[in-house]
Design a binder for this molecule. Sequence first.
Ligand code: GZL
Length: 372
Amino acid sequence: MKKQIILLASAFCCLVMAGCGNRTTAETPSNTQGDPANQYIVVGFSQLGAESDWRSENTESMKSTFTQENGFELIFEDGQQKQSNQIMAIRKFIQQEVDYIVIAPVIETGWDTVLQEAKDAGIPVILVDRMVDVEDESLYTAWVGSDFALEGDMAGEWINRFLQTKGIENANIVNIQGTLGASAQIGRTNGLRDACMKNSNMTLLAEVTGDFTQMKAMEVMESLLKQYGDQIDIVYCENDNEAFGVIEAIESMGWSVGSNIADGEIMIISFDGVKAESKYYILEDKISCIIECNPLQGPLVMDIIMQIENGKTPNKLSYIDEGMFAHDNTVSSVEIDGISHPVTVVTEVTVVTQEADNDGITITTIVGNNIK
Ligand code: GZL
């Protein structure tokens, strides 16, 4: 995928430089430290943190897209999971008179004031990943991300269809939620709640936040096992890093993870599917189903910026395509609002490694099922 991004970005470079050709030194923003030769589009990116593999891939996608060779200067600020840090970063970008502000908001609320300040400064704001809940939607120009409500619905329906196919009349489910108030958490939590309301074969036992992190998820899973023990049939993890911590907790406390609920195994459902590790867990039937959540949003954001640079109006909302992965084809697809979403059975995991040698990059591809 990185190779494709490089190719895409390279192809893009000519376009960007053409766009920058109109930027005279007089118009060069003051953020270029007075260097009149600097013809880059300056992007201030407020990333919410580094809490998960998904987040690291999202950051990498943005950093490998907004490079000087592609015509950009990226100012990156890590919010360390705190909205106050992100608000400070946005105010810094305004002071620096960047050309664009890109934000991955940690939670949906609390952005109206600072986004109004960016609007008053005439700086377009582009949102990635999670959404903001603001009175005035003109405070942001565009948003790129996942359909979290659909993700939740797909997960809920997959569980329902699995239980029906296996003839399981009831399954008790605990939800290890993501960061409370984040769009991903809201969509995924509501999907499970709705499915449990609709289907008599699904009972929601408990909801506890794991904050999208492995450590927190392990801690809360240990307490849930102490509280509910054998009553737990399914653990719904709102991201893969939580699933990794949950698996560790379950196995260390003497239970087994797997799809064989009838024989006392605890089934794990997860979201993201970013790292090879998550697919290995599916191969080993330690995670039964993953709803994909695609972090590679850099090129989509770059496309939006270049539309604006070239006087066009980008779509307000752009959804990134995503699928579903499972250990077997018990559920081959799920239907949501009349649309069928296929399930991909994971049969092998491809690990691509890049080894730089003296004259450039040699890409070695390894295909296998048990490579750790
Ligand atoms: C989803 C993103 C979530 C991921 C988690 O778009 O906001 O945050 O699912 C990440 O892994 O921490």
